[in-house]
Design a protein around this ligand. Structure first.
Ligand SMILES: [Zn+2]
Length: 475
C-alpha cells in the first residue's frame, strides 16, 4: 500500500513567469502525483505543458482561468489496453456468455466487415467516451485487418479530436487452416504484416517529447500469430525503437494451446521469441506462475491490468499486488468494448480497487494505489513516465477535474481521493489534453460527435446483421 502523501507547496521552487496560457485554481485537492497533494492547489499551463503548481495564495496570472473550486484535480487517467473498434459489436447477444475462445470465434466474422470509415467513427466515438471517463491518453490494439489503412483511420480520428494516442499495428497470421483461432478473412501473411508495420511507423510514429501520436507493434496473441511473426516483430521493434504489446496469459485455454502447439508455457514462448524486454507491455498476465512472474519483473515487462475484463470473462484475475511488490510496472486497461462493453477508466480504476481488496483484503489496495496504477503505472507501460501520469512541472498538461458536489458524494468530506473512487463521480467535469479542454462541465467538446454517432449506429447495425428501418433513428 502506498504511504499517505505529504502535503507540500512547490510554488517557490519554479521560476514563475507573469502570464500563463491556462490556470486551474482553487482545487479542493490537487493530486500532483502519488507522493504529492496540495489542498487548494493550482496548476499553470504553458505551451501544452504543466509550467508550475502551487498552494493557494500564490496563483499567477493566466489568459484563461478555470475554477476547480470544491473539486478534485488529478492527472489524466491512461488506458494501456483497448480494442476501440469493438464498440461496433457491444454486448453482442450470441457471444457475451461464452468462454474467451468462443466469444472470439463468434465475433471474428462480424469484424471482417471493418473498413476505414468504421474504424474512424468507432475511434472518434470511443475517444469521446474515454474522455468523459477521465482518460487523456489511450492505446488501441487494432489486430483485425480485412482492409488496408485501418490504423491510419484511427490515428486520423485521434488527430481530429486532439487526443493523445498510442496506436498499435496489431496482427493475426495463424488462421483456422493453420491451426489458429481466427478465420482467414481477418488474417494476413507475415510479409504483409511486417511491411505495413514499417509503413505505419514511418508515417505516424512521433518520437518528439510531448507527442500526441506514437506507434507500437502488437501481434494479437500466441494463438493467432506464428512464432516467426512474433520473433520478426520483436526484431522490427528493436530496429525502429518502438514498443511491443500483446495479450499474454489471459486464459487457461492459452496454456493448453501453447503446450500442445509450441511445447512450452506462454511466458516461455514469450521469452523464446525475444519479447522478454522492458520494451514490452502485455495485457492481462493472469496465469504466470511465481517463477514466470519473477522473470517478467526482472526484464521490466509492463502489465496492463484489466479488472472488468477479468471479471466478465471469468477466467481468473491478475495478481496485481504481487506484481507491484516485485517491481513490475502495472497500468490499467479497459480492454475491448465488446468484452468489457464500456470504456470508462474511472470505472476500471474503481474495479482495480474492488478487485485488489477482494483478492488481498483491505490492506491490499487503497484508492490512491488504484489512482497510481491508472496514472504513473500506465505511463510506465507506455514508456512515458517522464511526461505523463503526473502533474509535476514539465509534464504534459493532461488533467481531469472531478466534481465533488454530486448527490452521490453527499457527506463525503474527509478524504477527496477515497471519496472519488468510492462514491463517484464516474464522469469527468473537465478533461484537458495538452492544455486543451476536451470535456467541459461533463460534456465532450467535439464538433464531429453527433455525425460520428449517427454513422456509428448505421455501421454497427449492419455489422450485427440488423436491418435499419426507414424513418427510424439509428441511435
Ligand atoms: Zn484485449
Amino acid at each position: 500500500m502506498a504511504p499517505v502523501p505529504e502535503m507540500f507547496d512547490v510554488s517557490d521552487a519554479f521560476d514563475v513567469p507573469e502570464v500563463f496560457d491556462v490556470l486551474v485554481k482553487d482545487a479542493r485537492l490537487l493530486v500532483v502525483d502519488g507522493e504529492r497533494e496540495i489542498p487548494g492547489g493550482w496548476v499553470a499551463v504553458r505551451d501544452g505543458r504543466v509550467a508550475a503548481v502551487g498552494a493557494p495564495g500564490s496563483e499567477p496570472a493566466a489568459r484563461e482561468v478555470i475554477s476547480a473550486a470544491g473539486r478534485l484535480v488529478t492527472p489524466g487517467l491512461i488506458n494501456t489496453h483497448h480494442h476501440i473498434y469493438q464498440n461496433l459489436t457491444r454486448s453482442y447477444g450470441p457471444a457475451v456468455n461464452g468462454s474467451l475462445f468462443s466469444w472470439l470465434t463468434t465475433l471474428y466474422p462480424l469484424w471482417a466487415a471493418l473498413d476505414e470509415e468504421a474504424v474512424y467513427v468507432s475511434t472518434y466515438v470511443g475517444m469521446a467516451e474515454l474522455l468523459m471517463g477521465g482518460c487523456t491518453t489511450s492505446m488501441d490494439h487494432l489486430y483485425v485487418h480485412p482492409r488496408p489503412y485501418l490504423v491510419d483511420a484511427g490515428i486520423h480520428a485521434a488527430k481530429d479530436i486532439g487526443f493523445r494516442f498510442h496506436a498499435t499495428r496489431g496482427s493475426m497470421t495463424r488462421s483456422v487452416e493453420d491451426g489458429g483461432l481466427p478465420p482467414s478473412s481477418v488474417t494476413q501473411t507475415e510479409d504483409e504484416v511486417l511491411a505495413d508495420s514499417e509503413r505505419v511507423i514511418a508515417a505516424h510514429h512521433d518520437r518528439a517529447p510531448g507527442a500526441l501520436v506514437r506507434v507500437a507493434l502488437a501481434p494479437c496473441s500466441p494463438f493467432s500469430v506464428t512464432k516467426e511473426l512474433m520473433t520478426a516483430t520483436a526484431e522490427l521493434a528493436e530496429r525502429h525503437d518502438v514498443r511491443l504489446h500483446t495479450h499474454l496469459a489471459e486464459d487457461p485455454d492459452e496454456d493448453t494451446y501453447c503446450l500442445e502447439t509450441y511445447g512450452c508455457r506462454p511466458v516461455e514462448y514469450f521469452e523464446d521469441t525475444g519479447w522478454l524486454t522492458d520494451r514490452s507491455w502485455v495485457a492481462h498476465c493472469i496465469h504466470p506462475n511465481d517463477a514466470e512472474l519473477a522473470r517478467l519483473a526482472a526484464a521490466g515487462v509492463g502489465v496492463a491490468h484489466c479488472p472488468s475484463s477479468n471479471m466478465l470473462i471469468g477466467g481468473g484475475t491478475a495478481r496485481v499486488r504481487e506484481m507491484r511488490e516485485l517491481g513490475l510496472p502495472v497500468g490499467l486497461g479497459c480492454d475491448g468494448s465488446a468484452s468489457t462493453d464500456h470504456a470508462s477508466l474511472w470505472m476500471e480504476t474503481r474495479g482495480a480497487l474492488l478487485l485488489g481488496r477482494y483478492r488481498g483484503g483491505p490492506a491490499a489496495m487503497t484508492a490512491r494505489d488504484a489512482l497510481d496504477i491508472a496514472t504513473r503505472g500506465s505511463a510506465q507501460c507506455l514508456g512515458r513516465a517522464d511526461e505523463l501520469g503526473h502533474l509535476r512541472p514539465g509534464a504534459c498538461a493532461d488533467l481531469v477535474i472531478w466534481d465533488l458536489h454530486e448527490v452521490a458524494l453527499a457527506g463525503a468530506y474527509s478524504d477527496p481521493v477515497e471519496a472519488w473512487l468510492r462514491c463517484g463521480p464516474a464522469r469527468a467535469w473537465t478533461t484537458m489534453v495538452g492544455g486543451r479542454v476536451l470535456v467541459d462541465r461533463g460534456e465532450p467538446v467535439l464538433a464531429g460527435l453527433t455525425d460520428a454517432l449517427r454513422t456509428h449506429g448505421r455501421i454497427a447495425r449492419s455489422m450485427q446483421g440488423l436491418a435499419e428501418k426507414a424513418g427510424v433513428t439509428t441511435r
